[in-house]
Write a protein that binds this ligand. Structure first.
Ligand code: PLP
Length: 461
């Protein structure tokens, strides 16, 4: 039997199954000598880990929404780890970062610097409500840890409520509040104490059993059972520090109307903070600067990252309500690169590019166009059970056929590799959802091109 420590045994969560037969076939077909050598060396020198190894291919170029592998094959990148909002290698960003390296390459902790202060001011300006007190980190997982620590400081409580199937980072904080077996299952545990989970909103497959007869969401029937469960758990536990979640789930799933307002009220009533993880979807991806702006719910703490570094440098931020400025006597995120002027410059310039190129509006317009096209595709293919989208966060859920919502995992896996062969890269979530996250610079004609690849790949079934 295969050793589970070295194989990807489940993988029906966040990512693709790295060891499916289609993946192995794809891997074997990488015939370019340079690519083969790099892949072999990657296998030789890196520790194996689920979702990362073995690699798909090796990259030699990343530009705009395109990546190119070492064999010269070009792919539209509809995944990009959500770092590529402004497109890879934006010339203005690269120039600003080079200049910053010349002007001031580093600021040791205990000192501040101009780009860090400018960035904090900018983050306060673009985040909703009164959010305005900032701490910076090098990655999303660290920023989530800071948010969890701050919630403990402010409330004097340690418990959290979060969603099963969610992802909030690979560190112990993120893995504890995250709900994915790959990151938290034995022997990795025990995780942080008091990390309670509830079933999330997932209208197409409502875990509370409230689909209508046609299998679609039925809000009258459900009466927001998913939000009521958050309130129920907060009341029963009685001493929860925070609810932490992504406003729009990565699968993707868009919350039912009123969900976040209801959870916001439940948090207020229970004395718990609300933390929004906007690491992938913040900074414009959903067609608003932050995805929570669609739902009229302002969190106490907002965390962003990924695209904040413009697809060039790693930086993440936690932005908290000024009333939470209560951790002065403890260290909650005293990281080495806390106020690195180069990463701060990258973040500041990225936000300036998003604003000056109207990329948030573009995400809204192109996303609305794309959703119409997805709905059209849904009409034409029996194996599409549902399509979902908000801005440039989109998903196509594959099922066995009309009246049979069984997740069509094998087909989704085949389609993923067929699309890769034809120059489109994306990720599958939960095994059967083609998850499409193009950058904010995507045009309608990019959507046409990408969707024709997907359409053909589905038609070939
Ligand atoms: C929702 C969410 N939270 C947190 C993280 C962790 O961010 P990082 O990989 O920068 O640590 C991710 C990364 O994929 C994410 O998607």
């Amino acid at each position: 039997m295969a050793d589970p420590r070295n194989t990807d045994v489940t993988s029906q969560g966040e990512g693709d199954n790295n060891l499916s037969p289609n993946r192995l076939k794809w891997y074997k077909n990488q015939n370019d000598p340079k690519t083969r050598r790099l892949l072999a060396d990657d296998e030789k020198y890196f520790l194996k880990q689920s979702l990362s190894t073995p690699c798909l291919s090796a990259i030699k170029k990343a530009e705009g929404l395109w990546i190119e592998d070492t064999s010269g094959r070009r792919y539209m990148d509809f995944h990009g780890n959500n770092v590529h909002h402004i497109g890879y290698g934006h010339p203005r960003l690269i120039a600003a970062v080079k200049k910053q390296m010349d002007d001031l390459p580093f600021a040791p902790r205990r000192f501040t610097c101009d780009p860090a202060v400018e960035l904090a001011r900018k983050l306060a300006e673009i985040t909703p409500g009164e959010l305005g007190r900032v701490l910076l980190a090098t990655g999303g997982s660290d920023a989530i840890d800071m948010a969890l620590k701050l919630a403990r400081m402010v409330t004097g409580r340690h418990k959290t409520v979060s969603f099963w199937d969610s992802f909030h980072g690979a560190g112990f904080g993120g893995s504890s509040v995250g709900g994915e077996e790959l990151f938290r299952g034995q022997p990795l545990g025990p995780m942080l104490p008091g990390a309670e989970h509830v079933a999330p909103f997932a209208c197409y497959r409502c875990p509370y059993g409230h689909q209508g007869r046609d299998g679609k969401a039925n809000y009258e029937l459900c009466d927001l059972a998913c939000a009521n469960m958050v309130r129920y758990v907060l009341e029963k536990e009685g001493d929860v520090s925070a609810v932490i979640a992504e406003p729009v789930r990565a699968v993707p799933y868009i919350p039912p109307p009123g969900f976040w307002q209801s959870v916001r009220r439940a948090c207020n009533d229970a004395g718990a903070l609300l933390i929004f993880d906007e690491i992938p979807n913040g900074l414009g991806k959903t067609g608003r600067m932050f995805s929570c702006e669609h739902f009229d719910a302002v969190p106490d703490i907002l965390v962003c990252g990924k695209a904040l570094g413009g697809g060039l440098l790693p930086i993440a931020a936690m932005i908290a309500h000024p009333d939470l400025n209560q951790a002065g006597l403890k260290s909650i995120g005293h990281y080495t690169h806390e106020k690195n002027p180069v990463t701060c410059r990258a973040a500041l310039t990225t936000i300036e590019i998003i604003e000056s190129e109207n990329l948030v509006d573009n995400a809204a317009t192109v996303g609305a166009y794309a959703l119409d096209r997805l709905k059209d595709m849904e009409q034409r293919h029996d194996i599409i059970g549902d399509v979902r989208g908000l801005g440039l966060v989109m998903g196509i859920e594959l099922v066995m056929g009309p009246g049979d919502k069984t997740p069509n995992i094998d087909t989704a896996d085949r389609i993923l590799y067929r699309c890769l062969e034809n120059g489109l890269s994306f990720k599958n979530s939960m095994g059967n959802v083609l998850t499409l996250y193009p950058p904010l610079i995507t045009t309608k004609s990019d959507i046409d091109h990408a969707f024709s690849i997907i359409d053909q790949a589905i038609s070939a079934e």
